[in-house]
Design a protein around this ligand. Structure first.
Ligand code: 9Z3
Length: 333
């Protein structure tokens, strides 16, 4: 590889590509039609149930491959805790959930036992007869989680779809939202995934493994198209849409979240700071829907008892969604 070809992409200073041209210029993932079949079947079932609300929960981080035959990729911190936890609370509130998540990130219910600090093996024992048992300290919680998991499965309330790359995420999101659109106001979109802002377009990516023999490597990335715009305006214009804004500098959060609401015109932005995201979030609403932002805070005592902030976030959103459905029905009568 020559020195020149080690600069493997275009300029980061370029504006984001328009979503339409991204989808025209990028090959869809091979798995897309399978995803579309699964989602269409799921929606068909739930459309027939009067008043059934369906939420798409996106969760976990996307990867950005550096080579077509990918050896290396960029990634981010998200473990999918917010998404997996929220999905459980939506199911408890009676929603059917499409859980569109990063492969191998945390999942609803199994998350209680798949985390490295909460390994399922630590919950088990072998009794005197040599049988495998659950340590009695954990049976009550484990039984409760198991019952909820079984209910979701038996009643076909939870559809699991995964993605890895930012391309799989973008194509998948477009397909899922379009298929959900006929649910109209009963559809909610809860976009908690940590989606990369930057990527290398296919036509600028090298095919083979970047060699280390050429010395250091500089990467120049393009901006990922802002697909919340077509989501709100074209793909699911009647859906209730919640996006997340993540910052590390608290002084930027309010301005950035408000700007996002004003630019895209959706219903809610949830603002959170990386280091405090499990203790405090702020819900930002359009001026016509609420007089101002709403802080949701966990007390030290609640956190000590291992309670989760999603137990407060989801009921608040369900309330807003219900009010919005009622308002929309009043308009269409
Ligand atoms: C979030 O802000 C989520 O709350 C977290 C959850 C990713 C922080 P974890 O998975 O973390 O529980 O560890 N998600 C959205 C982050 C994001 O990428 N937002 C973008 C932005 O802030 C665009 S919508 O600009």
């Amino acid at each position: 590889m020559t020195k020149e070809s080690r600069r493997i992409s275009a300029l980061m200073t370029l504006p984001a590509a328009e979503p339409d041209s991204y989808f025209e210029e990028t090959a869809p993932p091979r798995t897309l039609s399978d995803l579309e079949d699964k989602v269409a079947k799921f929606i068909q079932i739930h459309r027939l149930i009067p008043g059934r609300k369906v939420v798409l929960v996106t969760s976990g981080g996307t990867t950005v491959p550096l080579e077509t035959q990918t050896v290396r990729f960029l990634d981010n911190f998200s473990a999918g805790t917010r998404g997996a936890t929220s999905a459980e609370y939506f199911l408890a509130a009676g929603y059917a959930v499409i859980f569109f998540h990063r492969q191998f990130s945390l999942q609803p219910y199994s998350r209680h036992y798949s985390h490295s600090t909460n390994c399922f093996l630590d919950f088990m024992d072998v009794n005197e007869s040599g049988d495998l048992t659950v340590n009695h300290k954990y049976t009550s919680k484990m039984k409760q989680v198991l019952m909820q998991y079984r209910k979701a499965k038996e009643e076909s309330l939870l559809l699991m779809i995964n993605f890895t790359t930012v391309r799989e995420y973008l194509f998948g999101l477009r397909s899922i939202t379009r298929i959900m659109a006929p649910l109209r106001h009963n559809a909610m979109f809860y976009l908690a995934a940590a989606v990369s802002d930057f990527f290398i377009p296919e036509n600028k990516m090298v095919e083979h493994k970047i060699q280390s023999s050429g010395g250091g490597l500089s990467l120049e990335l393009e901006q990922v198209p802002k697909i919340i715009r077509p989501l709100v305006k074209e793909w699911a214009p009647e859906g209730f849409i919640i996006s997340f804004k993540l910052e590390t500098d608290p002084s930027l959060l309010s301005e950035k979240a408000t700007k996002s609401l004003n630019t895209y015109g959706h219903q809610v932005v949830i603002g959170n700071i990386l280091t405090t995201r499990k203790r405090i979030v702020t819900l930002f609403f359009r001026p016509e829907d609420a007089p101002g932002p709403l802080d949701i805070v966990m007390s030290d005592e609640e956190l000590k008892q291992e309670q989760e902030i999603e137990m407060k976030i989801i009921p608040e959103l369900v309330h807003c969604h219900d009010a919005w459905i009622t308002k929309s029905q009043a308009f269409s009568n």
